[in-house]
Each structure stands twice: as C-alpha cells, then as structure tokens.
Design a protein around this ligand. Structure first.
Ligand code: 3NM
Ligand code: MG
Length: 532
C-alpha cells in the first residue's frame, strides 16, 4: 500500500477552531490546497504537486455516534473524490460504517490486534507514540504508521503526556530504522509554517526521515485553509534556508590538515567582505566583543533588541545569541532574532552562558532550542552537558571549572549534541572539542591568559560567527577557522615580552588578531603552523 503521508490533516470539531464554518468544506479546501494555483508553480514542482493535504484523519472526541457517522460519510465522499485516505480516530464502528480506509488509535484506546482483525489487512492503522518503546511495540504489532508526539506543546491537545521535541522524534526514527518491520512516521504537535522545515530537517536520523507531518490548527484554524495547506506543502518540499545542501556528505573534507590548509581563504575573505556580525550578548563583553570583531575584519553590531533583527538578518551576516544577561524581555528578543535569521539562512550561534547555573537559564535553553535552529552551539563542559540534559549539573556561577571527564568522553558528548541538533557543537576547555556529528576534532591551542580574563569564551563566539558568515557550506570548517585564529593569536600575545599578565594581555591579544589577519591577507600563513 503506497500512502502519501507528507501532509497529514487531523480535523478538530471544536467551536473555537471551526468559527461557524463547515468542517467538510474546510477539508475540501485543504485537499485542493495545491490545485488552484498549480499553474503559477514551476512546472517541475507542479508535476507531482496536485493536492494539498495528502491524508485526512477525522478526529472528534465529543459528538454523538449518529453525528460522527454523518460527518465521516460526508468527509469520505470528498476524500474519495481526490483518492486520498480517510482515517477515523479511535472509532472502529464509525470507520466500518462509512468504509473509511483506516483507524488511528492512541495508547489508551482499543488494541491494535483487535482493530486489525475487525478491519482487515488492507486497513491503514496508525498509533500515537511518544517514546521508543511505544513505537517499537506499534511496529511489531503491525501498525502501518506511527504519529510521533507531542513534538511541541500545543493548545489543540492539552493532555499530551510528554513533549519530546525533535530530539525525541529522532530517537524514535533511529529505533524504527533498525527494525525489519516497515512502518511510516509522522510527527505531530505544534507544527506550523514557522517550524515545519526545521522539524523535518532536525528530526532526521541517519537512516530515516519523517514520512510526513500532521497538523490540526495550522490548517483548521488558519484564516485561509486553502492557502495554509498550499504553503505548508511548499515548505515541506524544500529544505530550510539554513540547510547546507551543496556540500554532499561524501564531499565534505574529512581530514583536519586539509581543512587547515584552506583556512587562509576564509580569513582573507573576512577582511575583504567585512561581514556583519550581529551580537546579542551580555553586558560584560559588549565592548571587548566589538573590538575583537573589528580586529579580524568583521563589522560588529551590538543590538539586543529583537525588533531590529528582521532588517539586520537581510544583510548576509551572522548572529550570536549569548544568554549571559538573560531577562524575560531578552528571551523574547532572542527568539524574534533567531527566527529572522533562520528564515534568511543567516548562521546563528548559541552561547548558553551559565546554562546549568539557574532554572531560568535551563528553561531558556529548552525554549530557544524548541523555537529555532542554531547552526552552532558553543559552551564549556558544564554548559554543553546542561544543554544535553545530562547528569545533574549544578554550575556555580558562569565560569568554567575543572572536569572529571576524559577527553574521549568530552568528544563523545560534543558529537552527541551535534547529532541531536544536527548542527556544529564546540566544547571549549584546555582542549577544545569540535563536531558536526560526522567529524570530531580536538584542538589544543590557546594561551592560559584566556582563562584569566573575562569574555574570552564569548568573544570566541563572535570570532566564529564572523567566520560562519563567510563559510556557510561547511560550518565545521568555519568554526575551526575561528578557533585557530583566536587561539593562535592568544599564544602570540601571551609570549610577548611586554605582556606581564591578564591586563596587558587583552590589548596585545587584539593587536595579534589584527596582525594575523593582515598577514594572511598578504599571503603569509606561517601562523597556522602552530595549530595543534
Ligand atoms: N495528537 P496542532 S498532539 C491530535 O501528541 C494530537 O499525539 C497529539 O494539534 C499527540 O497541530 C495533537 O494544532 C494535536 O498542534 C496537534
Ligand atoms: Mg485516542
């Protein structure tokens, strides 16, 4: 049975969502979503694009049986006209009464085996799951698809047992890909036009991607059903703006030395193009970060007001969100800016300063990760652990402290977060660990004075963000460039005779960054020989 799950509409019959409109008409408009404007689409897309939603589930938790059957019959007449399946939520009797193509059951509903017996082999049976265990059980029990959720908190279903995020969906996909049973997958809960591309992108496990997304309010509550379905369908077919598509996995340079050889090109380009580096950063490092950006040739703008981000995001620069001075207002600003940059594909770095120090910071990290995509996350060991939700990290203050982990463990954690978020992760420390989930490197450069001044981690974020604005295709390469530039300059500064301690180190460090950048632009790459 070849079912297209790509845009799965789940209906809702509550008054608030219907606003006096007829459900059957809404469903008809949602199915026709892509049809009316077909001619205005590029031919290549129009060809396999003749419908809006591709499958419909009738879900009504309150109506009487007679009414359920009446509406289901009317819906089936519409779905049959377009040859798409109608699935009935929970009610086998209603499905049998109208000859629907399938049933969707939750964990507390009728048993899967019984449904199969009653509806037969051809029926499409879907099961709601929110964990690997539930998904594996559904697959073994012969489900045709699983609805994985709740992805995000949603007003449509307030009793969701757990909010699992893209990380939870990815775990389920990973487990299902290792099974012999073929089961299709859709994610559900809070999906809309602002997040659908990211959900599909970030949920992908190495061997398995979602077959579709299921929505209720994004279509049923939309002011224009037809347009909402069409817009969602268009977004599903295209990768998000921040996805790196032109560099195939196999073509990415895997060898660290080869990557280092092509660092000068990025540094040169920095000086030539002077990309905008937008910093939403803490009060302590504003001035220092701006100076560091200038020293390497970037154009810093220190703007913490989210309202400005929509304009700034159009200038081809990058964004650093450093949550060192977090307030209720700043969180909203971060989210506004994050979305603006995600829409344009401008790279965004999260610096989760003191992520484990307070409950507010932990909540802020979860909220940010569920509201947008970070091309990179950089933090010290405690911060990365806290973002991962590993162990019970209680950070004292925001500065890094010594570690009990081995280097192998640190590399593993770094890679784990990069895989989970499908981005680049940098764990800073005496040795830095950098991973994009496929390649993991350890870097042992940097002078000890970096640990004795304030804002060295934060300004490393600014440096890397400037490089990301230049090298967008291989983000790991951009990060490696930023780290080596920053840390080797610190070594040059620390070794200078006129540097007597952290105080004299700061201006010398800015000078050395400036000198290295200038030398590179002039074709002198000698400094890179110090990379370890
Ligand atoms: N099931 P919206 S969440 C019907 O987690 C349903 O299994 C869920 O509505 C689950 O698209 C949900 O409006 C509601 O967020 C999804
Ligand atoms: Mg149910």
């Amino acid at each position: 049975m070849n079912v297209d799950y790509s845009l799965y509409l789940v209906t809702d019959s509550t008054k608030e969502l219907l606003r006096g409109r007829d459900l059957v008409e809404i469903v008809q408009a949602a199915i026709k979503g892509g049809k009316r404007n077909q001619l205005s689409l590029p031919i290549s897309r129009a060809a396999h694009h003749n419908v809006g939603v591709t499958i419909v589930q009738f879900r009504d938790k309150t109506s009487e049986t007679r009414e359920l059957i009446r509406v289901a019959k009317a819906l089936h007449a519409v779905t049959e006209q377009y040859s798409i399946p109608l699935i009935i939520n929970d009610r086998v009797d209603v499905a049998l009464a109208v000859g629907a193509e399938g049933i969707h059951i939750g964990q507390d509903d009728i048993d899967l085996q019984i449904v199969r017996k009653l509806l037969g082999d051809k029926a499409i049976i879907g099961v709601s799951v929110s964990s690997v265990d539930e998904a594996v059980r559904a697959a073994k029990g012969g489900a045709n698809y699983v609805g994985i959720g709740a992805l995000f908190a949603t007003d449509t279903k307030k009793d969701s047992k757990s909010i699992i995020g893209t990380a939870g969906v990815k775990k389920v996909l990973g487990a299902l890909s290792a099974m012999d049973e073929k089961v299709s997958t859709v994610a559900i809960g809070g999906i809309n036009t602002s997040n659908v591309q990211r959900v599909i992108y970030q949920s992908k496990a190495s061997f398995k991607a979602l077959d579709g997304v299921a929505v209720v309010s994004a279509i049923v509550a939309a002011p224009d059903t037809h347009q909402a379905a069409q817009e969602l369908k268009g977004l599903i077919r295209q990768p998000p703006a921040f996805a790196t598509t032109s560099v195939q996995k196999s073509k990415k340079v895997k060898d660290c030395r080869a990557l280092i050889q092509s660092i000068p090109a990025i540094v040169k380009m920095l000086a030539q193009t002077k990309p905008l580096c937008h910093n939403m950063t803490n009060l302590v490092v504003q001035n220092f970060a701006a100076n560091i950006a200038l020293a390497i040739g970037a154009s810093p703008i220190m703007s913490s007001y989210g309202g400005e981000a929509a304009d700034l995001a159009q200038l081809n620069g990058s964004l650093v969100i450093n949550m060192g001075t977090v307030t209720p207002a700043s969180v909203e600003s971060y989210i506004t800016a994050l979305r603006a940059y995600n829409t344009h594909g401008g790279p965004v770095i999260l610096d989760p300063v003191g992520a484990g120090a307070t409950q507010i910071r932990k909540d802020t990290v979860s909220r940010l990760l569920s509201e947008g995509y970070f091309d990179m996350i950089k933090g010290n060991e405690q911060e990365i652990k806290s973002v991962l939700g590993e162990g019970n990290v209680q950070q004292r203050g925001v500065d890094s402290s010594s570690s009990a982990l081995t280097d192998t463990d640190k590399a593993k954690l770094t890679k784990k977060l990069a895989v989970r978020e499908r981005n680049v992760v940098l764990m800073t420390g005496p040795t830095d660990f950098l991973s994009d989930g496929e390649r993991t490197f350890a870097i042992s450069n940097g002078h000890e004075y970096l640990g004795k001044i304030t804002g060295s981690g934060c300004t490393l974020g600014t440096t890397i963000a400037s490089c990301l604005a230049i090298q967008r295709e291989d983000k790991l390469h951009a990060a490696l460039t930023g780290i080596l530039l920053f840390e080797i300059a610190s070594e040059h500064a620390g070794l200078r005779e006129d540097v007597k301690g952290p105080g004299t180190f700061v201006p010398a460090f800015i000078d050395e960054l400036y000198q290295i950048t200038k030398q590179t632009a002039a074709g002198n790459y000698g400094w890179l020989a110090a990379s370890r």
